[in-house]
Ligand binder design. Sequence first.
Ligand code: APR
Ligand code: PHB
Length: 395
Amino acid sequence: MRTSVAIIGAGPAGLLLARLLQRQGIDSVVLESRSREHVEHRQRAGILEQGTIDVLRECGAGERMDREGLPHDGIELRFGRAGHRIDMAALTGGRQVMVYAQTEVVRDLVALRLESGSPLLFEAEALAVEGAEGEQPRVRYRHDGAEQVLAADYVVGTDGFHGVARKSIPPERVRTYERTYPYAWLGILASVPPSTDELIYANHERGFALHSMRSTQVSRLYLQVPPDTSLQDWPDEEIWAELDRRFEVDADWKLQRGPITERSVTPMRSFVSEPLRHGRLLLAGDAAHIVPPTGAKGLNLAAADVTLLARALGSSLLRGDDAELDAYSDTALRRVWRAEHFSYFMTTLLHTDPAADDFGRRLQLSHLDYVANSTAAATSLAENYVGLPLPAGPA
Ligand code: APR
Ligand code: PHB
């Protein structure tokens, strides 16, 4: 098989890239190792920043998001038994976030791709990327029990942290940067209306807690736990009791409980692999970088990468102008590192560091107090949370 752009991975990055290329009349083939059922049900992120909202609307994939998503102007920081609202829209000239689960974004993009009749192969595992340094890169993949080859002008690895694309780059050409954290998130989905209109990020001496949501009927909640936590150690009653302790507040507020329908323990990591290009192989999304989930940046960084990459591939393939493609890695990495820092900032600001001494704990409380009471500090958090504008596209 042959195509202009071979895309490995049908997560949000790969699917959105395929859509953005298709809108420019550029053909692509998406290879996804898992089943449609699997990719549409993986519980992942739930917050879309302004740029992601905009690109989904612009490419005709935002209709259900606008119908079912929940636009939010602010978040609450809760510490010292008090809540502090950060009015992000007011601080950023009206930029917002949208509560709309990654599963729904994936479902919408899969449906559009299949309706268009363009190739999206499920249970098609990419085995290797070959010839990236030449003019005719190709992907060897297994599908329907047979090994096959997909030739392309460009190959894009949107195959996540464990994918094959990044690993196909010669190690001597790759620089990686990594930080792990001494805690993880225990996450639950509960069939109960959220006990808050906006997200609550709680810093408590017992540990961090987050009250998010998936809809007006489903709550999404997280607890900071030790990295090696087993779900067996956390019966439902204990999860709710610990959430109650960490959300304690001097106000008439109560966390509503309901049936827990999903549980998971997610480790935390910051990771960047540079550069995002090797010849005719490009990387985007989790294939190139990972952020701790505190800043809700993972999905949004993936969307920003492929928005830049779709523009660059369009200029190259349609107009023979390679300038944006040659600059893609540096342009994307500038934004990646901004989001890496913001995610690190939110994580260390809000989580209880088991190794912190009393001085460190007081510094953290002072920083929280500063963010809650300084317009300048709150604006810095707000503009990063709602997402900084992408560099302007070609005129
Ligand atoms: N061949 C084909 N597909 C593969 C292969 C392979 N060898 N390896 C991985 N994949 C697929 C995975 O099954 C997955 O569907 O690539 C896809 C990668 O999707 P994501 O991991 O969701 O990565 P990305 O699209 O960059 O989106 C980042 O997803 O993981 C979350 O927190 C992350 O919200 C962020 C978002
Ligand atoms: C989520 O709803 O899954 C979520 C929301 C905000 C975050 C992280 C995760 O910062």
